[in-house]
Write a protein that binds this ligand. Structure first.
Ligand code: ADP
Length: 754
């Protein structure tokens, strides 16, 4: 796009405002002037041609009439030579334009002739001349020849008048010379008077009339042949003007009254011209003046005006330049200031002294620059703080753009990949960090604003494995272009510690299991051996030792299970189980313990047979856990209901008690490791807080659910669901199961050992 500066725009505006009206007025004035001049010139041309034509007409008429007058004298009529010569001599003396006059007989022989010098003795036979022939046979009354030149190169014309009687002349007086073809009765004509008339004076008079500065008149005959012209030599070089525009108009319509018009002259110049016909001779007077010369006065004034105009334009330009420069100086200062500011020079301030709006703008600009500087400095400080903060956090922090390319990263994060923060900028996050989860290459989902990925494995640059918790935060519409913030929390050390703990627990449990089994075996032997004689007190001690060793075995078994769950080596071996009978069996197994506490345990038997796919010992463990908990946490004389039902395609099994219930705030953590509700121990149970955790893990491995509904002080309902007779996916997992693991170690609950 064509861009203009303010100064250029105001200059243009100035010029338009000041000069355009001037130019328009000038053009209008010029036009009017030209019209006036043209009209004046046209008027003079019409006047001139009319008067010139009239002069010629008059001149010719006078000459012809004079000749006619002389033809009527009796001496001439009767060919009395002596008196006729006298007559002619007097005639030639009186008429200064008459060059020669002769009397011709009917045969065409000159009988007598006179010139300015007296009698002309050189009489000639004129019978073949146009003049004689016209006067005697062809033409009307009198004949006027075309213009010719005499020996002195002066223009002359020949007039021939037939000698007829007065009566004959009277009868023919209505005819004019312009009407040819009239054959006279030859008997009427006695002879002819031929007079040569010099036109020099006539032409001088006619042509001398001035017409403007460069205008002039000329005369052509009926064929367009030049008859009179201001420059005598021109007649000889270009006698035929029939092609000249104005003359051609005359030839085409000789009798039409003509109006002045612009035509091309005989000298190829644009002229204003007009013609006027001379009826007597059939000629025309043409007057013309060059258009340039007509308009010259107006053009002269126009030139002066243009001169003034140019001076005015220059002055206006200079003035407006000066004005616009003064006007735009503060604006230019503002422009320079803003470009300085945008290029980062925050100390830029501008000096505008004016008190107008631009002055206010300048002051505001300076204020804006002040606050911008403050803002940028505080932003920089904030950025620095943020940078330090991000750098000092122990977790890795990485920011990504919308294409998951790294925008920035702290040292903690890049150190995991063995790089510097500056090196990874612009690289794809997953190219820099070699991540995997559950054995397959890690991929980020894009569906939620917050996502926590646990146990993400990072293979670091030195091939060391890192276990990470990865928090992915998506930012919607961040103006800085950051789309994702990733926090990498290295859990490797904690995990290794956990593994060590698990290893220790597992090892201790394994080591303790053998002696406790032996102890329990020997205690059973003592009690069951009929040979053994023990005092009541000793028997009581052995009984208590057996109960304690049973609890200890249960604890060891639970610890072993927990370590298996934690290491992920606990596998399920599913089979079809007839569920109603299975549940009834579990209820019966616990009936003894319930009755010991005077608790009524009821099995709400389901009418139909139900089959589920489950690992029998494991699911039995769950059921036993729930029932024994219900017995443990229900006071004497309470009631426990166990039952199953089908909901949708799930088999729901519940254990309902009228026990102490569970406070609402404890429910959330109930199924976590080692969690026990406050007061649980006080209620007399020596539990470990592992039973529900193990049950939940078993249900997870069955892809089932476990949950609780409880009212504090009233009782609880623990429920779990299994798919109805459905070959669930975990069947495949069996192949990898450690064969006989469970059988070998046995499933031990805190209360029951199998
Ligand atoms: P333990 O019974 O060995 O302490 P559990 O994991 O089986 O461990 O149970 C965790 C805790 O949940 C118990 O300590 C007890 O406080 C609470 N609890 C479990 N079952 C019931 C129940 N039926 N009624 C009330 N509290 C219960």
């Amino acid at each position: 796009m064509f861009k203009l500066k303010i100064s250029q725009k105001s200059l243009g505006l100035f010029l338009i405002i000041s000069l355009l009206p001037l130019a328009l007025v000038n053009a209008y004035w010029l036009r009017t002037q030209q019209n006036t001049l043209r009209n004046a010139a046209a008027h003079s041309q019409v006047m001139l041609t009319e008067s010139a034509a009239e002069q010629v007409e008059q001149f010719m008429s006078t000459k012809v009439n004079t000749v006619i007058l002389h033809s009527q004298t009796s001496s001439v009529q009767e060919f009395q030579l002596k008196s006729a010569q006298k007559e002619f001599l007097a005639f030639i003396q009186q008429d200064k334009d008459l060059e020669r006059v002769s009397l011709v007989d009917i045969k065409g022989q000159e009988i007598s002739a006179v010139t300015k010098n007296g009698l002309d003795t050189q009489l000639v036979d004129v019978s073949t001349t146009d003049a004689f022939r016209a006067a005697t046979f062809l033409a009307g009354k009198e004949y006027i020849s075309s213009v010719s030149f005499n020996e002195q190169q002066q223009p002359q014309v020949t007039i021939a008048v037939p000698l007829v009687s007065f009566e004959t002349r009277q009868s023919l007086s209505s005819l004019s010379t312009a009407e040819p073809g009239l054959i006279r009765n030859s008997g009427d004509i006695k002879g002819v008077i031929i007079a040569k008339i010099n036109l020099k004076d006539l032409w001088e008079r006619v042509l001398s009339t001035s017409l403007g500065k460069n205008g002039y008149a000329y005369v052509v005959d009926g064929q367009g042949k030049l008859v009179a012209y201001p420059e005598p030599d021109f007649i000889k070089t270009s006698p035929d003007l029939s092609q000249t525009e104005q003359v051609a108009k005359f030839i085409e319509k000789p009798n039409v009254v003509n109006q002045p018009s612009v035509t091309t002259s005989e000298k190829n110049i644009k002229v204003l011209s007009v013609h006027q016909a001379i009826p007597r001779t059939g000629w025309a007077v043409v007057a013309q003046e060059p258009v340039a010369s007509i308009f010259a006065p107006a053009n002269q004034v126009a030139k002066v005006t243009i001169g003034i105009f140019i001076i005015f334009a220059i002055a206006t330009t200079l003035l407006s330049l000066l004005f616009s420069r003064t006007l735009t100086r503060p604006i230019r200062a503002l422009v320079a200031g803003t470009s300085q500011l945008s290029s980062g020079n925050l100390d830029t301030r501008i000096q505008i002294k004016s008190n107008d709006e631009i002055g206010i703008l300048g002051t505001r600009f300076n204020k804006m620059a002040d606050s911008l500087k403050l803002l940028i400095l505080s932003l920089k400080a904030e950025t620095t703080k943020l940078g330090v903060l991000i750098e000092s956090v122990a977790d890795g922090v990485v920011a990504l753009d919308h294409e998951d390319k790294i925008v920035f990263s702290n040292v903690t994060a890049t150190a995991m990949a063995g790089k510097l923060p500056i090196e990874v900028v612009g690289q794809n996050f997953l190219d820099v960090f070699d991540l995997s989860k559950n054995g397959i290459k890690f991929e980020m989902t894009n569906d939620s604003l917050y996502h926590l990925y646990k146990e993400v494995l990072l293979i670091s640059f030195n091939k060391r494995l890192h276990y990470l918790d990865m928090i992915v935060n998506r930012i919607a519409n961040d103006p800085s272009g950051i789309k994702t913030i990733i926090t990498l929390r290295d859990q490797t050390d904690e995990r290794e510690l956990d593994m060590m703990k698990l290893d220790f627990v597992s090892m201790a449990a394994h080591e303790l299991r053998t002696p406790i089994t032996a102890i329990r075996g020997y205690l059973s032997l003592i009690l069951e051996d009929e040979q053994t004689t023990l005092s009541m007190e000793s028997k009581n001690f052995v009984d208590r030792a057996q109960v304690s060793s049973k609890l200890l075995a249960g604890l060891i078994s639970n610890l072993l299970n927990v370590s298996r769950i934690e290491r992920g080596i606990m596998k399920m071996n599913t089979e079809k189980i007839e569920w109603t009978n299975f549940v009834q069996g579990a209820v019966n197994d616990n009936r003894y313990n319930a009755e010991n506490k005077k608790i009524n345990i009821i099995y709400d038997k389901y009418a139909e047979s139900i089959t589920v796919d489950a690992d029998e010992p494991a699911i039995g463990e769950v059921l036993n856990n729930l029932i024994s908990n219900a017995i443990n946490y229900t006071p004497e004389n309470g009631q426990i209901n166990v039952g199953t039902f089908i909901k949708n395609s799930d088999v729901i099994t519940y254990v309902k008690d009228t026990g102490i219930g569970i406070p609402e705030n404890a429910v959330e953590r109930l199924f976590t490791k080692f969690y026990r509700v406050q007061g649980g121990i006080a209620s007399g149970s020596g539990g470990t807080g592992l039973g529900l955790y193990i049950s939940k893990s078993i249900m997870d491995l069955h892809k089932g659910k476990i949950w609780v509904n409880s009212v504090l002080g009233k009782g609880s309902v623990f429920s779990f669901s299994l798919p109805l007779n459905n070959n669930v996916e975990y069947m495949n997992a069996e192949k990898h199961m450690e064969e006989g693991l469970k059988k070998k170690h046995g499933w031990v609950t805190k209360n029951i050992t199998r």
